[in-house]
Design a protein around this ligand. Structure first.
Ligand SMILES: C[C@](O)(CO)[C@H](O)COP(=O)(O)OP(=O)(O)OC[C@H]1O[C@@H](n2ccc(N)nc2=O)[C@H](O)[C@@H]1O
Ligand SMILES: Nc1ncnc2c1ncn2[C@@H]1O[C@H](COP(=O)(O)OP(=O)(O)OP(=O)(O)O)[C@@H](O)[C@H]1O
Length: 290
């Protein structure tokens, strides 16, 4: 019998859902490189209120179906990070589940679309099957540990060292993806200086939006230059976000974000950009608190 998180027996026939919120690197400092080639990072990571949705229902076999506006090109076989996570969690016990993934995030886009889905699958299936979450989740991908959290985090190591931060002041984001492919491995390998300064030792609490912007403006995304060299249209995304208090690329790209003080400003910017570039993916969303 499977048990829900609170220990009460879950109704095995009940469906359940998890949101796979976008992962956005407000900063991304590359401070070194391990012998295995993975890069050491120092990153302020938040989750944005736009994401995929993963549903599960009881079934004898483990299956995955995919729908939604960003389903095209997303695999439904063992290549999908959801099924990869499910197989590892099942550990050969042969448990079944009917999984349905509703894709809203562009994949391989610097906002953890696949990684957030894998994290959602681990959380959802651990509850559905009544098994513990793995203690070591970086095996699923460098972004999966942070995608298992919700509030702002300082992410270090190769992605496995996480320090929760105090809540950020209200802040609204516009995410823009121009549809160019900048593969994460290629962007990292194109990074010329891999030993750049970290963020300040102490990340302060921010009294308000302008203090947050002042701090973030003094930080960096070290992967922006190699990503823009590979996909110059990313520069166009940043230009389109030039009315934001801060505009920057997330992760290894190509998605860029703009930070706005109010919902109205963010929604107006999103509407303007989507009208000017109808083939780009554009979303306005709040930064999620813990
Ligand atoms: C750029 C970030 O998204 C920032 O959050 C992550 O560091 C990348 O996370 P991810 O896409 O889940 O990365 P993975 O799928 O684990 O690794 C893809 C490839 O990116 C490179 N990689 C990834 C993470 C890292 N800290 N250093 C790296 O050099 C490696 O070549 C790796 O083979
Ligand atoms: N659940 C999924 N959603 C989207 N793409 C997936 C998924 N599972 C596997 N893939 C495949 O893996 C690729 C995305 O893997 P990747 O780890 O780069 O995802 P990501 O976390 O969205 O990327 P990024 O780290 O740049 O945000 C896609 O090109 C797709 O073919």
């Amino acid at each position: 019998m499977s048990f829900s998180k609170d220990g009460a027996p879950a109704d095995p026939g009940a469906a359940a859902s998890r949101m796979a919120w976008a992962k956005v690197n407000l900063t991304l400092h590359c401070t070194g490189q391990r012998a295995d080639g993975y890069h050491l990072l120092d990153s302020l990571v938040v989750r944005a209120g736009v994401g995929d949705r993963l549903d599960v229902a009881a079934a004898d076999d483990l299956t995955l179906t995919v729908s939604g506006p960003r389903a095209e090109g997303v695999p439904t076989d063992a290549r999908n990070l959801v099924l990869r996570a499910a197989e590892v969690l099942d550990a050969g016990a042969g448990r079944g589940a009917a999984l349905h993934l509703e894709k809203h995030l562009p994949a391989a886009a610097g906002i953890g679309g696949g990684s957030a889905d894998a994290a959602a699958a681990l959380d959802l299936l651990a509850a559905h099957w009544g098994v513990p979450l793995p203690t070591e989740t970086a095996q699923f991908g460098a972004d999966v540990p942070v995608c298992l959290t919700r509030g702002p985090q300082r992410m270090q190591g190769v992605g496995e060292i996480l320090t929760p931060l105090s809540a950020l002041p209200p802040c609204h984001m516009v995410l823009v993806n121009p549809g160019v492919d900048v593969p994460t491995p290629a962007v990292f390998s194109a990074l010329s200086d891999k030993n750049q300064p970290p963020m300040p030792e102490v990340i302060p609490s921010f009294a308000g939006f302008s203090e947050l912007i002042d701090f973030l403006s003094a930080q960096r995304n070290d992967l922006a230059a190699p990503a823009i060299a590979r996909g110059p249209v990313i520069g166009g995304c940043l230009e389109a976000l030039s009315d934001a208090a801060l505009a920057r690329m997330s992760g290894s790209g190509a998605t860029c974000f703009g930070l706005y003080a109010t919902v109205a400003q963010a929604e107006a910017a999103a509407h303007r950009i989507a009208s000017a570039a109808p083939r780009w993916w554009v979303a306005a969303a709040p930064i999620l608190a813990a």
